[in-house]
Structure formats: C-alpha cells, structure tokens
Design a protein around this ligand. Structure first.
Ligand code: GDP
Length: 470
C-alpha cells in the first residue's frame, strides 16, 4: 500500500484550460510547503479554513507564477484527516504545472490515483463503501446516480450493512459457543430464532442485490443493445432513433461486424445505443469475422440494461426469433416488428401472438413510421429500469453486488445446515463467510477487525480506478 506519512500533491480539478485549477497538498509538510510557495498579499499567514489572496512565488528566483487563493485545513478536520493545503490558481495548464513542480521541489510527492481518498479511508474518515461512493459521485452520469452516491457517501449503505453484519456476528458467537463448550454448560441454541434472523438478513441481501441493475444504470447511464437476425433493420433503426446516418445500412446480410455505439438522452438519463452484428446460429455462419462479431453481440447483450429485439415482419418466424425473445423474459426488453411498410396487413398481429410479445411495436425504419412511439416506449422502459422506488440504500457498485450475492448464498447454506440439524461447525463456517462478505463492503482500515478482512489487493484495485487528485 502507499506510504501515508509523506506529503502528496496533485491537481484536484480536471487538466486542461479552465477558470480555476485547484492544487491540493496533504501530509505533515502540507502547510509548511504552502507557506514557502504562497505569499499572502496582506502579509498575514495563510490560515486554517480562511481563504487568503496572494501570489504563488518561486522562492529561489522570486518569480511570480500566478495570483491565487490559498487555504489550510488543519488535521484532523480535513478530507484526509491530515494537514491539507489548497491553492486555487488560474486554470492554465502551464501555470498549474509550474505550481505542482514548485510543490514537488519543496518536498511534496506527486499523488497516485485516488491517494487523497485512500488516506481518508486509512485514517478512518470514510469506510470502504463511502470511499467508493466518492468515485461514483464524481463519475455519476445522472442526477439520480449522483443522489444515490451522495447517500452512500453519507453512510446509508454502510449503516445498513453494518447492522446486518452485527446481527450475523451475534449468531455466530452463539454457534461458536455451542461448538466450544459442552452442551450441559450452555443454554440450548434456539435454532428457530437463529434461522429466522438469518432468513431476514438473507432477504435483505437479496433485495439489495436486486437494486444493482438500477444502481448501475443510474451511475453509468443505460446501455441499450439492438439485437436480432441479420438484415432485419437493426442499423436502420439505430440511425432512425439517432436521427442521423451513423451506421452503415446495406441490403446484404452481415454488414455490421462490430458493435457501433452512440449516445442519446432519455428524460435526463444518458443512454448508449449499441448496434450489433446480426445473430445467427453457428451452422448458418461460416465466416470467422462474422462469428467473432456474433460473439461480441452476445457479450453486449449480456451487459445491456435494456434490449431492443428487432424482428422482420416480411420473414417467416424462425426458431432463433422465438429463442431470442424467450431469453429476454426476465429483462427490460422491447420487441420491435420492423418493415411494417412492406409487410402484409396481418403480419404484425401474427408475430405478436406467435412470438408472445403482445406489446411489440411495429415500425418502419425506412419511412419513420412508429419510430417516435418506439423512442417513447424505450424512454419509459429506461426510466422504469432506473427506478429504485423508496429504497434507502441501494447497490451501485459491481463489487458490492457480488459481495451481497455471495453473502446470500452463504446464508442459504447456513440456514440449510441449521434446519437439518447438522453439526454447528457447518453453519458456523457459512456464517463466517457471510460476515466476511458484508465486512468487506464496508471494511474500515482503522479497526483491527476491518483490516483483517480487507485484502490489500482489493483495496489497491478500488483506489486505482480513481483519477489522480481525488
Ligand atoms: P441489419 O442487418 O439488421 O442492421 O439491417 P439494415 O439496417 O442494414 O437493413 C437491411 C436492409 O433492410 C437494408 O436494405 C435496409 O434498407 C432495409 N430496411 C431496414 N429497415 C427497413 C424498413 O423498415 N422497411 C423497409 N422497406 N426496408 C428496410
């Protein structure tokens, strides 16, 4: 893990020309370095929580680098719980590079990605879920995503997970006592009460895991995959929805080999539309490039938040069409019956009943017929998929979703072991696994218990996804 005892510096605003750029220092020498390179105009020293106007000056040459503002946040009342200094400069890249260089020359080290937040975590100011919320808040693509990340930063998820974990630790202690001491020295373990409690926590894990698709969508925006057999009009619909000729349309099948993406906004939720290679079974497709394209389509389909399954009304209904629509049964998906302009009058009705998609939209990507209605229905579907209702805590990170799912499966096994009256060791083993999973969602580096649960690798992976300066 990184050293936390030295002083780090980084640009905390995005690089590139801007109105202001904030250079942040954290560590024992933060205020002394700031005092050496920043000269307040009034002659007063820069101070805790008071912004001073002045100049950044190279003390060796006396050269002024910028006119700026500076403020200190003395430990422990700062973001990192260390001494922090911020210098608010003009946002020119050359100016900022000069100020950073000056700070480094006077003893600061360039910060690694996420290192400020990692210090906040290591010093106990944030738990792991809260630290991850900082990254989610910075990256949030929607107002709803930012709201959820802010709730997580405020501790909504951490508090709930901590309560669940405490309940399990209590039961684990009882089980371990039953293992360690002879039966006659202990009150009998109330198995039914233990099963009921584990079941309550299991249900909550399940509910939390189910909020993840909405949480992911709110954080990253929606991924909408347009899928179907070759030549049904996927690229034409993609273009019609975007209202421009973005993807190549051709009458020969298999034109789209790779996934083509573009962005659209639905009710404030950014969506990435993905036009994919046409799906057909391996026997029908001998071209290796097309096969590779189909592989990509499958990956894209798996990751999509919402799917548009496109069918061609002028074609016979095939097994592949039925299989595709059936595979989407539990997912937010819309069936689109395309080429209505050249299809038989009753074709749409026939498709709706045979494919079992009564709400399928009939469109013509060529004339534009039905495309507005499709866009409207797609917008509604995206908003539905992003709806988290009144839930206090939701899961917005894949890491947390995996951990609550694993906790849930450990609890199922523990409940089974208890219900079947197996030796208490079995239930205790699974319960320990569930406790570990919940613990590593919120892990605190400053508690011995938390440090033990947190693998260094996991922590480093999390913080390395941050940008420098955060
Ligand atoms: P993809 O392979 O599924 O992406 O299909 P394309 O969008 O490339 O279209 C295949 C062929 O069908 C092209 O010749 C299109 O012009 C034509 N096409 C697509 N949509 C429609 C439609 O709604 N009506 C008609 N008449 N032709 C269409």
């Amino acid at each position: 893990m990184y050293d936390v005892d030295d002083t780090i510096v980084a640009l905390s605003t995005p690089p590139g020309p801007s109105g202001i750029g904030v250079v942040r220092l954290s560590g024992p020498a933060a205020s002394s370095i700031a005092r050496v390179i920043f000269r307040p105009r009034s002659g007063e020293l820069i101070a805790d929580r008071r912004m001073r106007l002045g100049r950044v000056v190279d003390p060796n040459s006396g050269e002024t680098i910028d006119e700026a503002l500076a403020v200190l946040f003395n430990a422990p009342q700062s973001y990192t719980c260390q001494d922090v200094a911020e210098i608010h400069c003009h946002g020119g890249p050359a100016v900022l590079a000069g100020v950073l260089e000056l700070a480094r020359r006077h003893g600061a080290r360039q910060a690694e990605p996420g290192e400020f937040t990692m210090r906040a975590f290591i010093n106990g100011r944030l738990d792991l879920a809260q630290a991850e919320a900082v990254a989610a808040l910075i990256e949030a693509q929607t107002a709803g995503g930012a709201r959820q990340a802010a709730r997580q930063l405020g501790g909504a998820l951490s508090e709930e997970v901590a309560r669940m974990r405490d309940a399990l630790v209590g039961r684990l202690a009882q089980l371990e006592a039953a293992i360690d001491f002879p039966e006659d020295e202990l009150p009998l373990l109330d198995t039914q009460a233990a099963v009921d409690e584990l079941e309550r926590v299991r249900v909550r894990c399940d509910e939390l895991a189910r909020t993840f698709p909405a949480g992911r969508l709110l954080t990253h925006g929606a991924r909408v995959a347009i899928v179907g057999r070759p030549n049904v009009g996927k690229s034409s619909l993609f273009n019609a929805l975007l209202r421009r000729e973005r993807a190549l349309v051709h009458e020969s099948p298999g034109t789209t080999r790779d996934v083509v993406e573009d962005r659209l906004l639905f009710d404030g939720i950014p969506a990435t539309l993905c036009d994919t290679a046409g799906l057909r079974s391996d026997e029908q497709c001998s071209d290796p490039v097309e096969r590779a394209g189909i592989e990509r389509t499958r990956g894209n389909l798996e990751q999509a938040d919402v799917v548009l399954a496109v069918f061609d009304l002028t074609q016979q209904i095939e097994r592949d069409d039925l299989d595709l629509w059936r595979s989407l049964v539990d997912r937010p998906a819309l069936a689109v019956l395309n080429k209505v302009d050249i299809a038989n009058q009753d074709a749409a009705q026939q498709w709706r009943s045979e494919v079992d998609a009564p709400l399928a939209k009939a469109t013509s990507a060529k004339t534009g017929l039905g495309v507005d209605e499709l866009a409207h229905a797609l917008g509604e579907l995206i908003c539905e998929a992003a709806d988290v209702g009144t839930a206090d805590a939701i899961v917005i990170s894949a890491r947390h979703a995996d951990l609550v799912r694993e906790a849930q499966s450990a609890l199922i096994a523990a409940i089974e072991a208890l219900s079947q009256d197996l030796a208490p060791e079995f239930a205790a083993f699974e319960l320990r696994r569930a406790v570990r999973c919940l613990g590593s969602i919120i892990g605190r580096a400053d508690s011995p218990d938390g440090a033990e649960q947190l693998e260094r690798e996991v922590i480093e992976r999390i913080f390395s996804t941050f940008c420098i300066g955060k």
